[in-house]
Write a protein that binds this ligand. Structure first.
Ligand code: NAP
Length: 489
């Protein structure tokens, strides 16, 4: 990576369309504009359109209007649009990564990794578009026949968070386009730029107007509630916090909407005494520090066998403490800022609570003074059971390490949470690995690895981490309805 200059930063920001994308047209928001900030400086990057309820309704009108024609488009043609968009994303990955770093804070290298991950959903679902099928079966009585067909679910509302500004969009938009469903997308107000760039790319890739509509807004609840209440909407796909997910699910119950809920996590990271400790530390660095700890899949608690807990904590602290903080655009930066002051305040509060109850900071433990929302990578040991960060999502670069006695204790501690998104498990004993995988109450498990994200795999949680799967063969099912025809021969 060569040094990124201020004029390059300005150039990519200038390239982003700043308006609403409705019915294939870019247009202003009726409420004026809202500011997008660089979390590494606290300064405004630019203004984007602020949608009103009328704008949001116009976006749904467009999605409803485009629905029948798009559902009838040849699956191969829908797949080719996704394939072209995949290629355009890859072609423009440098600009997209810079935009993402500026609005979200993560390092340029991490942004490039997210662009690759995000693009993969389009490549995967371009291939899935032509594999939608049904079945024909002889009924058990031998007289009847069972015919099933898959059809697009209809107009969808997709609400995405700020932590993965592009990938959380492509893993919804990709399967919806492949299935032939139309949509209104509302990105997080802190990171709308990546999604607006994606809108432009899909437009260039030939997606018909009205299939994808993007609205940016300063009041998410104000514009989403009327859409959720609109009987023409058929599906809500939400990625974000469990708290907001619960609220949206209650609203969606009125219209009995199809739902996908990708919610918060509290991932346990378990290290048994037979594990390769250096490999476990390397996995922990990814599971904890990817995305500055601001990932739903972030390892939130480290449960380590008593015999190796001290060694593990020391090695992890040495690596985390050596990481260089700075603006994500700077070449040597390894850890960017948190998204805003509120998020940093929450992380600081959780660490203070743990230390107040007797935890010990091996490294870190404080925020960084000055511009931007930086927090020092932190490793805590002697964390008491009642420390809040063991039960709440930290969403920051903080690793609490606790020791356990035996396998039962490790599994019980790992499952002792309302969440169930992902768990990480390090062991060299195959029987133990499979035994523990079966007992863990999560939708995903990283076995001897610190990352699970993969477009070809079903991503999603259980318990308070939600339901529905994004990616894999399962991902397209979220956007399809099954219709059954009873035939009497
Ligand atoms: P959030 O506060 O729940 O916001 C997520 C999205 O919902 C944003 O677009 C937000 O818009 C919108 N929103 C907030 N309140 C709303 C309301 N009352 N009605 C309609 N929309 C509303 O979550 P976040 O802080 O952006 O993201 C972090 C959370 O996402 C974490 O809990 C993380 O674990 C979770 N997450 C889960 C997954 C997964 O796949 N399971 C993946 C990534 C993140 P505004 O920007 O306007 O507030």
């Amino acid at each position: 990576m060569t040094t990124i200059t201020a004029s390059q930063e300005q150039h990519v920001v200038d390239q982003v369309p700043k308006q609403l994308y409705i019915g294939g047209q870019w247009r202003d928001g009726a409420k004026g504009t809202l500011s997008v900030e660089d979390p590494s400086t606290g300064e405004s990057l630019c203004e984007v359109a602020d949608a009103s309820v009328q704008d949001a309704t116009a976006a749904l009108d467009a999605a409803v209007g485009a629905g029948p024609e798009f559902a009838a488009m040849a699956p191969r043609d829908r797949g080719e649009i996704l394939r072209r968009a995949f290629e355009l994303i890859v072609e423009r990955k440098e600009d997209l990564a810079l935009i993402m770093t500026l609005e979200m804070g993560k390092t340029y290298k991490e942004s490039l990794a997210e662009i690759t991950y995000a693009a993969e959903f389009f490549r995967w679902f371009s291939e899935e578009a032509v594999r939608i099928d049904g079945r024909y079966a002889v009924a058990p009585n031998g007289q009847g026949r069972v015919l099933t067909m898959k059809q697009p679910v209809g107009p969808c509302l997709m609400i995405t968070p700020w932590n993965f500004p592009l990938a959380m969009g492509t893993r919804k938009i990709g399967p919806a386009v492949a299935a032939g469903a139309t949509m209104v997308v509302k990105p997080a107000q802190q990171t709308p730029l990546s999604m607006l760039m994606l809108g432009r790319i899909l437009e260039e890739a030939g997606l018909p107007g009205g299939v994808l509509n993007i609205i940016t807004a300063s009041s998410s609840s104000e514009i989403s509630a009327p859409l959720i209440a609109d009987p023409r909407l058929r599906k809500l796909s939400f990625t974000g916090s469990t708290e907001v997910g619960r609220r949206l699910m209650a609203q969606a119950s009125e219209g009995l909407l199809r739902l996908s809920m990708e919610l918060g996590g509290n991932a346990p990271f378990i290290v048994f005494d037979d594990a390769d400790i250096d490999a476990a530390v390397a996995g922990a660095m990814i599971a904890k520090m990817r995305n500055i700890g601001e990932a739903c899949t972030s390892a939130n608690r480290f449960h380590v066998a008593g015999a190796v807990a001290e060694q593990f904590a020391e090695k992890l602290a040495a690596k985390m403490g050596a990481m260089k903080l700075g603006r994500g655009v700077d070449e040597d930066t390894e850890v960017g800022p948190l998204i805003d002051n509120a998020q940093r305040g929450k992380v600081a509060e959780l660490v203070e609570d743990a230390i107040g109850r007797g935890a010990h900071a091996v490294v870190g433990g404080q925020a960084v003074e000055g511009a931007g929302y930086f927090y020092n990578p932190t490793v805590l040991t002697d964390v008491p059971d009642d420390a809040k960060l063991l039960s709440e999502e930290i969403f920051g670069p903080v690793a609490p390490v606790k020791s356990f006695g035996d396998e039962d204790e490790a599994v019980a501690a790992a499952n002792d949470t309302e969440y169930g998104l992902v768990a990480y498990l390090f062991t060299s004993d195959l029987k133990r690995a499979l035994r523990v995988c079966e007992r863990l109450e999560t939708g995903m498990i990283g076995l001897n690895q610190g990352i699970v994200s993969n477009a070809s795999a079903p991503f999603g949680g259980i318990k308070a981490s939600g339901f529905g799967r994004e990616g894999g063969y399962e991902g397209i099912e979220e956007y399809l309805e099954t219709k059954y025809v009873a035939i009497n021969l």
